[in-house]
Design a binder for this molecule. Structure first.
Ligand code: PRE
Length: 399
């Protein structure tokens, strides 16, 4: 497998303190892993340096060589040197370093952004993409996996991913995808989701026998659908359900979807705001190939994932690194480690014990530009077996 330098490589000096740590097993300190109130600053910087070297190079399967340029007397030599190291062959072709202007423009001038989402036009994920980037071009994908791949293959700039809902809870599969892929969370979007019951023109809701929708949407309308006495049928996404109802033309089948989907697929809205909780909010993440440069100009959140050793109080210690620094946690999620779901711990007196092995996902309210966040992660690194920063991004405070 070839190694290829990605654009982030040139940004590393600008984001020294802000990026994630990966695979920290080999760096763990054998010394003090007890809680303490201060940390050694030099150590924090050291671990960031380690991260940068790991983040600078991403393995790719299909490296396309850059054409060498000989526009200066030293050009050929320079090209040979960089080629032999397997890095950039042409330093002039490197992307320019990101600046604070890039960060602010990425949220305002969105005209050329292409955003992949799972579903078809009219899906809530598409609306979330348009909320984040009002002038963006939305690109439908059949699966979430395809949306991730579209970003990785440079077919689109970003992907939007529903991650949790105020009624249905976490979308676990999407947590797993975050870890499996190497994209960065660059933004979050919180959106009120008002579900409608849709049907063919002239149908009354009492006539419906069957209702199609995305499982999350069906779960969010559990009581309404139960009271209607309909059979719930899963569809890939809410807009896809509306499309099926429209194209199949079955009068006793409805869909739970958005008002926008009703308009797109020419269906009647039989009932509005049918979700069980009127404050039905879904949180979406926007993912990109490169992280943003975190600031302190507004409230930021940082998302991390880590694993811990087995033992009493380890999770307590992990969470205390934030509490000790007055950092608020907004989310904690645990997922099984799919490749190593069980950990065997040998206790020579009592034989070996088998434990479920977990990944912990945490969102905390602080920017990686803040020393307290850097210290907290340096501290966590002391007893985490693995730690990765999934992204640091502005909090969505507008609803
Ligand atoms: O099916 C859609 O329209 C989606 O965008 C998916 C999705 C989800 O996965 O949670 C998004 C928002 C709503 O919570 C319901 C469904």
């Amino acid at each position: 497998m070839a190694l290829k330098a990605v654009p982030i490589w040139v940004c590393v000096n600008h984001i020294r303190t802000q990026l994630g740590f990966t695979d920290l097993g080999s760096r763990r300190s054998g010394s003090d892993s007890n809680l303490r109130f201060g940390v050694d600053k030099s150590r924090e910087w050291e671990c960031c340096g380690m991260v940068l070297s790991q983040r600078a190079i991403t393995p790719v399967e299909d490296e396309k060589p850059l054409a060498p340029r000989f526009d200066s007397p030293g050009g050929a030599d320079q090209t040979q040197i960089t080629e032999s190291r397997g890095f950039h062959r042409d330093l002039n072709s490197l992307p320019r370093p990101l600046s604070a202007t890039d960060l602010s423009s990425s949220t305002s001038d969105c005209s050329k952004v292409r955003v992949a989402y799972q579903g078809i036009p009219g899906a809530y994920s598409e609306t979330a993409a348009l909320k984040a980037y009002p002038n963006c071009e939305t690109v439908p994908c059949d699966q979430f996996e395809a949306a991730f791949k579209a970003v990785e293959l440079w077919l689109v700039d970003k992907a939007v991913l529903p991650i949790e809902n105020s009624v249905g809870g976490s979308i676990h599969r999407n947590y797993d995808l975050l870890l499996r892929h190497r994209l960065h969370i660059v933004r979050e979007v919180q959106m009120v989701v008002n579900h409608c019951l849709l049907g063919l023109h002239g149908v009354r809701k009492e006539e419906l026998k069957c209702v199609l929708s995305h499982p999350q949407a069906l779960a969010q309308c559990e009581m309404t659908l139960h009271n209607l006495g309909v059979v719930k049928v899963n569809a890939d996404d809410t807009a896809g359900a509306a499309q099926i109802v429209a194209t199949d033309g079955i009068r006793d089948t409805g869909a739970v979807a958005s008002a926008r989907a009703a308009e797109i697929y020419g269906l009647d809205i039989l009932a509005e705001r049918i979700q069980d909780d009127c404050d039905n909010i879904t949180r979406f993440l926007i993912l990109a190939r490169e992280p943003i440069i975190p600031g302190t100009d507004r409230p930021y959140k940082t998302s991390i994932v880590f694993t811990l050793e087995e033992g009493p109080g380890v999770l307590f210690k992990a969470l205390a690194v934030f509490a000790l620094r007055g950092i608020n946690l907004t989310k904690i999620e645990s997922r099984p480690q799919k490749k190593h779901p069980l950990r065997v711990v040998d206790d020579s007196n009592k034989g070996s014990a088998r434990y479920f092995d977990y990944l912990f996902y945490i969102d905390f309210e602080a920017s990686m530009a803040e020393p307290r966040a850097q210290y907290a992660l340096g501290h966590l690194q002391e007893f985490a077996r693995f730690l990765r920063v999934l992204g640091c991004f502005p909090m969505d405070t507008a609803l």
